[in-house]
Design a protein around this ligand. Structure first.
Ligand code: FAS
Ligand code: PHB
Length: 390
């Protein structure tokens, strides 16, 4: 089997890349180790930057998002008895769109099927060969049979625990990491969201976030210990703890109900450099991870794919241009590190750190105080939240 671009992973990164390449007449094959249903069963991101929305429109997969997505012009931040709205629209002229990653993935899968694009689900033991000879190939096992795909380039869109990052030589790969001493316990419930917009809370017991997926589907998170046992969190315990952390008006108004999904996500900041080695490109979570506080993970994946699809299109459709291929890693990392900074800053400002000194707490409260008192501080937060330019 042969194709132009071999893609590992059918999450948002892999699917979006395949769709953008298809629109440019560039052929690709996606190899995914899980089943289609398993991929769609993961509940992850919820907030799309304006740049991501525009990229999905350019990819021709935005009809349902434009119908069902919730456009948000701001969000609230609470600490102590104070509550303030960050007016994104007024501060930046932009908004964000609440539309779950599951829906984005579904729309991209439908587009892939409509285009007759190849996706191999349950592809086991995917391996990358031939990088050093600049003749890459992907091998895998499907239903017990060994398979092989020759390609010009490989896109490693296989997430944090994929195979592609590990395929960079140790002498080439550099990683940078911060693991946070807590996690997020999240639930999805078929209830009316407590507010029309998101509410981020810094409470002395820990962080809380009120989000949503639709006017009848709520998404809530509370900070928990990084080694928390999910079995110990009944729905009642979750609702009680969430309500303690919310501002009183929200705590009284919240509609509670059974969780239809409940999970704990660890929080880490992680960057792998470079994001390209010979004919292998890393994109999305394969190259970087951010704590979800700033709602950047999925959006960074989108900007990586913007740069990668642009580079591969220049190579195939503009006479073998290689300048954008050569600058891909630097182009991505310039934006990645700014999103890493913002996500670290939001996380540090809003969470309770177990080993927090009195000085750390003083700085955290001063950060919040400054935000509440300064429009310039809110403008800096807002321009990062809506997404820095690609
Ligand atoms: P993904 O991890 O989504 O996709 C990678 C795909 O590659 C997967 O389908 C995987 O099965 C496949 N794969 C892995 N190894 C493979 C192999 N060896 N062979 C073949 N296939 C392989 N971001 C936000 O912005 N907001 C959030 O609230 C948020 N919450 C999150 C919660 C959790 C639990 C996690 C893990 C992430 C969360 N994120 C959030 C970040 C998340 O949305 C990612 O940024 C997004 O999924 C990135 O997409 P991909 O790069 O496509 O990686
Ligand atoms: C979500 O809705 O899942 C969500 C929203 C905003 C965040 C993180 C997660 O910062």
């Amino acid at each position: 089997m042969r194709t132009q671009v071999g893609i590992i992973g059918s999450g948002p990164s892999g699917l979006l890349l395949a769709q953008l390449l298809h629109l440019q007449g560039i052929d690709s094959v996606i190899l995914e180790r899980r089943s289609r249903d398993y991929v769609l069963g993961r509940i992850r991101a919820g907030v799309l930057e304006q740049g991501t929305v525009e990229l999905l429109r350019a990819a021709g997969v935005s009809d349902r998002m434009d119908r069902e997505g919730l456009v948000h012009g701001g969000f609230d931040i609470c600490f102590g008895d104070r509550r303030m709205r960050v007016d994104l629209k007024e501060l930046t002229g932009k908004a964000v769109t609440v539309y779950g990653q599951t829906e984005v993935t579904k729309d991209l899968m439908d587009a892939r099927a409509a285009a007759g694009g190849a996706v191999v689900y349950e592809a086991e033991n995917v391996r990358i060969e031939g990088l050093d000879e600049d003749r890459p190939a992907l091998t895998w096992v499907k239903d017990g049979a060994a398979e092989r795909l020759e390609c010009d380039f490989v896109a490693g869109c296989d997430g944090f625990r994929g195979v592609s990052r590990q395929s960079l030589p140790d002498a080439v790969l550099k990683t940078h990491e911060r693991v946070y001493p807590f996690g997020w316990l999240g639930i999805l419930s078929e209830t009316k969201p407590v507010s029309d917009e998101l509410i981020y809370v810094n409470h002395w017991r820990g962080f809380a976030l009120c989000s949503m997926r639709s006017p009848t589907l709520s998404r809530y998170y509370i900070q928990c210990a990084f080694d928390e046992d999910l079995e110990e969190w009944t729905d009642d315990r979750f609702w009680d703890e969430l309500r303690v952390r919310l501002p009183s008006a929200a705590a009284e108004a919240i509609e509670m109900g059974p969780s239809i999904e409940k999970s704990i996500a660890p929080l880490r900041s992680f960057v792998a450099e470079p994001m390209r080695h010979r004919r292998l490109f890393l994109a999305g979570d394969a190259a970087h991870i951010v704590p979800p506080t700033g709602a950047k993970g999925l959006n960074l994946a989108a900007s990586d794919i913007h740069y990668l699809s642009r580079a591969l299109t220049a190579y195939y459709n503009q006479g073998g241009r290689e300048d954008l291929i050569d600058s891909y890693s630097d182009d991505c990392l310039r934006r990645v590190w700014k999103a890493e900074r913002f996500s670290w800053w939001m996380t540090t400002m809003l969470h309770k750190f177990p080993d927090q000194s009195s000085f750390d707490r003083g700085i955290q409260l001063a950060e919040l105080d400054y935000l509440f008192d300064s429009e310039a501080a809110r403008a800096a937060l807002a321009e990062n939240y809506v997404g820095l330019p690609f």
